[in-house]
Design a binder for this molecule. Sequence first.
Ligand code: ADP
Ligand code: MG
Length: 243
Amino acid sequence: MQDTISIEGVHKWFDTNHVLKGVDLNVGNSDVVVVIGASGSGKSTLLRCVNRLETYTKGKISINGDKVPSDEKEINSMRSRVGMVFQHFNLFPHMSVLGNVTEGPTQVRKMPKKEAAELGMSFLDKVGMAEKADAYPETLSGGQKQRVAIARALAMKPEVMLFDEPTSALDPELVGEVLTVMRDLADDGMTMMVVTHEMNFANEVADSVAFMDQGVILEQDSPSRLFSAPAEQRTQEFLSQIL
Ligand code: ADP
Ligand code: MG
């Protein structure tokens, strides 16, 4: 069966800085792949290439068989197929929680307001934030903001979800509520690529873990094998620093 996310030989230069050096990574339908690796290894750049926040220089990325376009005009249609959640929430501060969630469906998908509000409430309910629909982002905790950010991404009915260190900016006591929402999503069959240092999450939820090192995926394996017996010395060194 065709992979939902296919990344083949992808290279990316920022001027002379060769950041992605031939990345190959596939994510099957309903699979969760956790990407780990040292700071600066290219994890964020890779995710940003998948939803076309960055252009890549060489290689090919496809979502359900459709190539992520280089043409500016086609970007929006592709971007709405790929939901992304960032470390720093990026909610619109001047909009209510519900407004944040309905912005994409009304502006990009041209959905009528009433329909978008119903859809938005159903996703807020899913992340446990329906009661805060009328609140503004500044009044929310970090964990609540991140759950709204997840609902906002889901409201576009994406085919895949990308998470870039979604709990790294949170106080420790707020991490669990976000991971619970992500776990529920995985259980619902969402195809996910997750950059995180939460190794318990990786162990319990990931179908595979990919170790990124200096712009390539050095190895990819089941969490149990990668964490207990990595094939590569560099993976071992990285794991010994974080576990
Ligand atoms: P990670 O997420 O694994 O920490 P990044 O993808 O953020 O790694 O960064 C990989 C490399 O790309 C770093 O050397 C970083 O300085 C560089 N880089 C990232 N974004 C940009 C950018 N917008 N412009 C120039 N260089 C960048
Ligand atoms: Mg990063």
